[in-house]
Design a protein. Sequence first.
Length: 78
Amino acid sequence: MKTLILGAFVAASVVALPAATYAAMYAYVNVAGEVMTTDATNADQALKTAPNLHVRSGVMLVSGADDSAIIGDDVPGT
C-alpha cells in the first residue's frame, strides 16, 4: 500500500513539475516607449521583473508569430 501511494505521489509531482517551472514570454512597454520582452512564469512576476517598465504599461503574453511581430516597435505618446 505504501508503495502504491508513493508511486502515485511521484507520478503526480512529475506531471506538475513542468507546469511550475516553464517560463513564458511577456511583452511590455519600457520608459523609452519601446515594446520589449521579459520571461516569467506568470503575469505578476513579469510586472515585477520587467526592466524599465513604463508606469502605464501592463504585460501581454506573447503566444505566437502575430504577437511577436510587435516586439521592438515604438509606442507614440509614452
